[in-house]
Design a protein around this ligand. Structure first.
Ligand code: MG
Length: 260
């Protein structure tokens, strides 16, 4: 009897240990894989998957808020709250280097976000210096935008990475200049009255229709060379797009609020 109980406890312990290390594949990982330090160049790169040809813009469903319909930046401001200065033409917006990142005027928490983007058709630079931008949830949690087509960089900085935390499950990048899509399901972190985390942020995501994050649990805000802990913040904060000085294009951005 006692022996059985001990065996059972040992088995439970082993299961908990493997789970805590992000084992069993497919299940939610409790934070970034501790085997790989941030931006580790030795970390295996995500396998390349051909997503097939680009499709026309995906129409916004009737309950979505349209953040950019190709016409103007009326839903966006720069980092200081002044009108956004990115270029708008032919149904897309394009990063204007050094004008700064742009953010939505409205805030969002839990949401489903659809974004279409294209890396510059004219290939310039390499590694992180090629078609770099980013989509931030709550202005804190970055999904990397990068030209990862035949362009090596560190795994957790690839296109569709949760920057510095999770490489995408696969590299589903289309060629530079071709339109690509991100579909993100985001759950914001929860904090108690003392500012302690009661539930971390989670993301599930598709790149060009292919699963790249399966309920990934974020360790905190994303940063370059750092994985800082959470700091309590508002329930709704702007979605933002990064100016990394490369002329990346965006079109057809819409969001469905999943709060309540
Ligand atoms: Mg970026």
């Amino acid at each position: 009897m006692m022996k059985n109980i001990l065996l059972c406890l040992a088995a439970c312990g082993l299961v908990a240990f493997v789970w805590s290390k992000g084992g069993f594949g497919g299940g939610p990982q409790n934070g970034p894989d501790p085997r790989w330090p941030i931006h580790d160049k030795n970390r295996p790169l995500p396998p390349v998957v051909d997503p097939g040809p680009a499709s026309p813009p995906v129409a916004a469903p009737s309950d979505a808020a349209v953040l950019f319909d190709g016409r103007d930046l009326s839903q966006w401001t720069d980092e200081k709250g002044a009108p956004a200065k990115w270029k708008v033409e032919n149904g897309y917006m394009e990063v204007v280097a050094k004008t700064g990142s742009i953010r939505t005027m409205k805030g969002f928490g839990d949401c489903q976000l659809h974004v279409e983007w294209a890396a510059p058709a004219e290939v310039e630079g390499e590694d992180q210096d090629r078609g770099n931008s980013g989509v931030y949830l709550m202005n804190l949690y970055e999904i990397q935008v990068l030209d990862s087509y035949n362009n090596k960089t560190y795994a957790d900085g690839s296109a569709a990475a949760i920057y510095g935390q999770y490489p995408p499950l696969v590299n589903a990048c289309r060629k530079p200049g071709e339109w690509q899509s991100f579909d993100i399901i985001f759950h914001r972190p929860r904090f108690d009255q003392d500012g302690k985390v009661t539930a971390p942020a989670r993301m599930t995501m598709f790149h060009n229709g292919i699963l790249v994050h399966d309920n990934a649990v974020l360790s905190g805000p994303t940063e370059n060379k750092a994985r800082p802990p959470y700091k309590a913040h508002a329930d709704k904060l702007p979605i933002s797009l990064q100016d990394h000085s490369h002329p990346v294009r965006y079109r057809n951005i819409w969001v469905r609020d999943l709060e309540d």
